[in-house]
Ligand binder design. Structure first.
Ligand SMILES: Cc1cc2nc3c(=O)[nH]c(=O)nc-3n(C[C@H](O)[C@H](O)[C@H](O)COP(=O)(O)OP(=O)(O)OC[C@H]3O[C@@H](n4cnc5c(N)ncnc54)[C@H](O)[C@@H]3O)c2cc1C
Length: 394
């Protein structure tokens, strides 16, 4: 007999895991299909920040920043072993475009959006303390601002969310590759989902199918019959490098030569530097760090930390793919493009399908709750087990 679920989710990244958790918490029967491993896609290749996104203030994305700061506060409580508050430092030199008045304004707004919580406070670091800042170049240094945001291990966080979902009854099939679905309009018996598992083709039925395949989202959509309408998206590659060197004070928020923000962060007793933004076309599985991206990050690192000048050892380089709304004409810069998650229900043709585009690690829980709200009229009502606002993660 064909197995039947309330919800089948394609993708074991942070969104798939988060949606599985939110659904299982509502007592729904859930299955996640993951082709490779939990967090094997973008969710292990991020900058690992649970943050409001100070730079999104520049593009006026205030509601996104407020939501992110709210989720940050929650995750600091729910996952204290996994999400940790860190000091962030922003140095200002004569050629820094974000001048002290602008930073003070931005950080004040950030504190306001963070509810003026103690973790939202910022300060100007006195020059007498600059020598403690991990070898930061103090030549012509005009000011340093310090504020707080959080860092996590993205893959561990994703696995913790998936475990939480499984503890409430969610099923995980892995490795299991979604190969196709034929979606009907009436009830779950109409929605037949096909996947490869243990070398076999298996099928199941589901009331609702959620496509949370991250950069593979279009590939997955194209395997659904009838083929759903899709919003225009771009895949944008972001690379990080890991170099030797321990940072003891926190995370540095610096400006690259092209004025983009680059983070220099402590990571597993080394230093993580990222990220870049390059348009990507091709199979998401083939994304690789590019030589020019690695050179750009090394050059930015050396600009601010003279101890890295002339030294080029890269221990590892990692590339991930963002899913962003299409730039269309190309006039809209990557930085200004919304990082908000797009939920794409297609009520007319596909009332039983929901597709997740883009989004942030930080807001995965909120996204999952929104997915549940979108599907409220289609999914059955079951006995609620828990509320994700109170579920501890470890
Ligand atoms: C460079 C970079 C830096 C970032 N930094 C941050 C940050 O600091 N903070 C933050 O909040 N956000 C950050 N983000 C955003 C965040 O990382 C992503 O929004 C998030 O990880 C996306 O998760 P996802 O679950 O949608 O996709 P993914 O993690 O990619 O998961 C999709 C999963 O679907 C699976 N899959 C695909 N096709 C199939 C199939 N046919 N069958 C079965 N499984 C399939 C894949 O194997 C994969 O595991 C960053 C993103 C990038 C690219």
């Amino acid at each position: 007999m064909t197995e039947s679920y309330d919800l089948v989710i394609i993708g074991g990244g942070i969104h798939g895991a988060g949606i599985a958790q939110a659904a299982a918490a509502r007592g729904l029967s859930v299955m996640v299909l993951e082709q490779t491993g939990i967090a094997s896609g973008t969710s292990s290749r991020s900058s690992k920040l649970i943050h409001g996104g100070l730079r999104y203030l520049e593009s006026g994305q205030l509601s996104l920043v407020r939501e992110c700061l709210h989720e940050r506060a929650l995750l600091l409580k729910l996952a204290p072993q996994l999400v940790k508050l860190k000091s962030f430092y922003i140095p200002v030199y004569p050629d820094t475009t974000r001048r002290p008045w602008l930073l003070r304004t931005g950080l004040s707004l950030y504190a306001l959006l963070g509810g003026l919580h103690p973790a939202a406070r910022f300060r100007r670091v006195p020059p007498s303390l600059w020598q403690n800042l991990d070898g930061l170049d103090t030549t012509h240094l005009e000011a340093v601002f310090q504020y707080s945001d959080a860092q996590t291990d993205d893959a561990m966080l994703t696995r913790a969310v998936m475990r939480s979902a499984q503890q409430m009854g969610a099923h995980l099939k892995m490795p299991a590759t979604f190969t196709g679905a034929c979606l009907g309009q009436q009830d779950e018996r109409d929605n037949i989902i096909e996947y490869r598992h243990n070398g076999q083709t298996e099928t199941c039925a589901a009331t609702v199918l959620v496509n949370a395949a991250g950069p593979w989202v279009q590939q997955v959509s194209s395997r659904i019959i009838p083929v759903p309408a899709q919003p225009g998206i771009d895949l944008v590659q972001g690379t990080h490098i890991i170099v030797p060197g321990i940072l003891t004070q926190g995370i540095y928020y610096v400006e690259a030569e092209d004025k983009r923000v680059v983070f220099v962060m402590p990571w597993q007793n080394n230093t993580l530097v990222g990220t870049t933004e390059s348009a990507y076309q091709g199979d998401p599985a083939d994304v690789r760090p590019l030589p020019h991206e690695q050179a750009y990050l090394l050059q930015t690192l050396a600009r601010y930390f003279p101890q890295h000048r002339g030294r080029q050892p890269i221990l590892t380089a990692i590339a991930g793919l963002r899913v962003l709304p299409s730039s269309g004409s190309g006039a809209m810069s990557v930085n200004a493009r919304s990082r908000e998650t797009i939920l794409h229900p297609d009520r007319q043709d596909h009332p039983r399908l929901l597709t997740v585009y883009g989004g942030k690690l930080t807001t995965y829980r909120l996204t999952a709750e929104r997915v549940m709200a979108h599907l409220a009229g289609v999914l059955p009502v079951r006995k609620v087990i828990a509320d994700t606002r109170h579920l501890k993660l470890d």
